[in-house]
Design a protein around this ligand. Structure first.
Ligand code: OAD
Length: 230
């Protein structure tokens, strides 16, 4: 078995596809308040407002194509057999680029969950005809199947991510501010267990200080440089 290579991605990897990041220049959290849009309390207070925001983001993402960085990661997966991506992104662009071994830590914007009967399914309608949308099984109020602030991460995705972080030889961190936990903890866990850490990010992050190699570039150029180092 080849040595395990693990990749953690954040919003920055989709920036070159035209999907806005959360923090930094042009970040969504500069314009919007997370406590009004990305918590269960906000949703139950005003599901229409929260769904309008998600519908707007779904429209942006529906027009986005994977960029060179997503495509290079998909190619690396095909070439190096022991290769996994853990993503905090909900946009599905890794899968659209052809990556198969992708763990979604924060859910997926194309999935919905019924607050009444708890069924979860894919809903690709863009824009939504009815806001808030209703469950196709029971007519209950649907919510996006994403992780909001104050909520736990999907258990299986989290336990798999921890196990992979503990066992990888190389941990590549791309386009994440690293400030949201537990995702932000994974590089530290990997480092404690002896992995080499490579960061690709045009800006400094809390992960930079433990990185063995820092590539201060956008994701696509950074990954081209990384490939040459392999
Ligand atoms: P952030 O928006 O916090 O951070 C984006 C990172 O990408 C920053 O460090 C930027 O410097 C970097 N960046 C910007 N453009 C880039 C490019 N072209 N190439 C590479 N890097 C670039 O996004 P995340 O770290 O993903 O969670 O945010 C983590 C979580 O916070 C999100 O999943 C979301 C958010 O609130 C929830 O909604 C639960």
């Amino acid at each position: 078995m080849k040595e395990l290579i693990l990749v953690l991605t954040g919003a920055g990897i989709s920036a070159e596809s035209g999907v806005p990041t959360f923090r930094g220049e042009g970040g969504l959290w500069k314009q919007f308040k997370p406590e009004e849009l990305a918590t269960p309390q906000a949703f139950f207070k005003n599901p229409k407002l929260v769904w309008e925001w998600y519908d707007w983001r779904r429209q942006i993402i529906s027009k986005a194509e994977p960029n060179e960085a997503h495509l290079l990661l998909a190619e690396l997966e095909r070439r190096l057999e022991n290769f996994f991506i853990i993503t905090q992104n909900v946009d599905g662009l890794h899968q659209k680029a052809g990556s198969k071994k992708v763990i979604e830590l924060h859910g997926n914007i194309w999935r919905v969950k019924c607050t009444n009967c708890k069924e979860e399914y894919e809903l690709y309608e863009v824009p939504l005809k009815e806001i808030p949308p209703k469950c196709k099984y029971c007519g209950g109020l649907l919510r996006p199947a994403v992780v909001w602030f104050g909520e736990s991460l999907p258990e299986k995705a989290l336990s798999e991510s921890f196990a992979l972080a503990k066992n990888c030889k190389l941990f590549l961190v791309i386009g994440t501010s690293g400030v949201v936990y537990p995702a932000g903890y994974l590089p530290f866990l990997a480092k404690q267990h002896g992995a080499k850490i490579v960061e690709i990010n045009p800006e400094s992050t809390p992960i930079s200080k433990i990185a063995d190699v820092v590539i201060r570039e956008k994701a696509s150029k950074g990954l081209r440089l990384f490939e040459k180092m392999l």
